[in-house]
Unconditional design. Sequence first.
Length: 415
Amino acid sequence: MATDRSRPTLLWRLLPVAAVLLFATVLRAPLTVVPPMLGLIRADLGLDAATAGLLTSIPVLCFGLLTPVASRLLSRVGINLGAVYCAAGIIVATVIRSLGGTGWAFAGTVLLGITLAIGNLAVPMLIGRQFRHRAELLTGAYALTTNIVVTATTALAVPVALVVGWRATAASTGVVLGLVVLAVWVAVYSPGEPGARPWIRRRAGHPDLSAPTATTEHRSSPTRRRLTVLVSAAFACHTFAYYVVTSWLPSALAELEHMTPSAAGAGASVFQAAGVAGPILVPFLAAVRWPSRRIIVLMGLAWILMPAGMLVAPSSWVLWSLFGGLAQAGFFTAVMSVVIRQSRSVDENRRTTTVMQTVGYSVAALGPFVTGWIHQRVSGWTVPFATVLAVTVVMLVAAVLAVRPTSRAEADSVA
C-alpha cells in the first residue's frame, strides 16, 4: 500500500522537471532545422553562402546582444512569466520567418533570436533556483533533451522539406513545439509565482523539488570576477565552435565526401546524436566523485579531437563527429554546472550567466558568417576546421583555469 501511494507522489515531483525539459525542446529545434536546408533556402531566396550563414548567425548574435535585456526582463517579471513570453514569441517568429521572401525570413529570424535569448537565460536560472542540489543531473538532462531534438531536426529537415517545402518545415518546428510547451508550462508553473503551482507542490510532497530556494544578494569579489571572465571565455569558444560545426558540417560533408544534401544532413546528425551521451556521462562522473576539473579536461580534449581529426583524416568523419558531439554536450553541461554550483544565490547565478552568455553568444555569432565568408574565398575546408581547432584549445585552457576545487576532498583529488 505504501508503494502505491508513493507512485503518484513521485509523478508529481517529476512534473516540474518534465516541464523544464519540454521547454528545452523549443529552444534549439527552430534554429537547427535551418542549416541542413541552407541549400534549399539559398536556391529559393537567391542568397550567397555568407548571407545564408546570417540565418544561423543572427539568432546567436541576438543571444549575445540581448541577454542583458532578457536578464532585466526576467528579474522584473520572474522566470515563469518570462518563459511564457519566450514560447509565445517562438510561435510568432517561426511563422513570420516562413511567410515570404528574404525580408520576412530575416525579420522572423531576428524575432526568434530575441525570444530565445529569454529562454537561454531562464533555464539555468530555474535550475539554480529549484534544483541546485542536482545541478549536474538537471543540466545534463536539459542538454540531453536539447541534443535529442537537435539530432532529430538535423536528420529529418531535408527529407521533410523535400515533401512539404522548407517553409512549412521551418515553421512547424516552432509552432507545434511552441504550442505544446506553452500549454504544459502554464499548467505547471504559475506565471505570477516563483515556483510550481501550489496544487503540484502539495501532491509532490517535496518542497525542494517543487518550490524555489531562498535567494540572497552577494557583493561581487575578485574571485567571482575571475570566474566570470574565465567561464565567459570558455563558453564563447565553445559556442563559436559549436555553431560553426552545426551550421557548416552538412555542407562540408557534401563537398568532402560527395554526399547528397539528404545524406549530408543525416551524416551531420551523427554529431548531434553523439551529444546524447555527453549529458549522461557528466553527472555520472560527478556521482562517482570525479572532480570538476578532470571532467572539464576530458570533455575539452574530446572536443579538440573533432576539428583535429577532420584536418588529418576527414574520411573518418563519423569517428570525429562522435567525439565532437559527445564533447560539446558534455562540456556545456560541465561549465553550466560549475556556474550554478558556485553561485551563492539565484541573483548571482543570473548575473554570471548573463555576462557569460552575452560574451559567449556575441563571439559565437561570428562563427557561421565568418566560416561562410572564408569558404567562399579559400577553397576546401582546411582553414575553417583549423580555426575551430585553435578555438577549442583556448576553450579548454580557460575552462581549466576557471574551475576551482569546491571542497578539500576535491582539492586533494585535483592536486
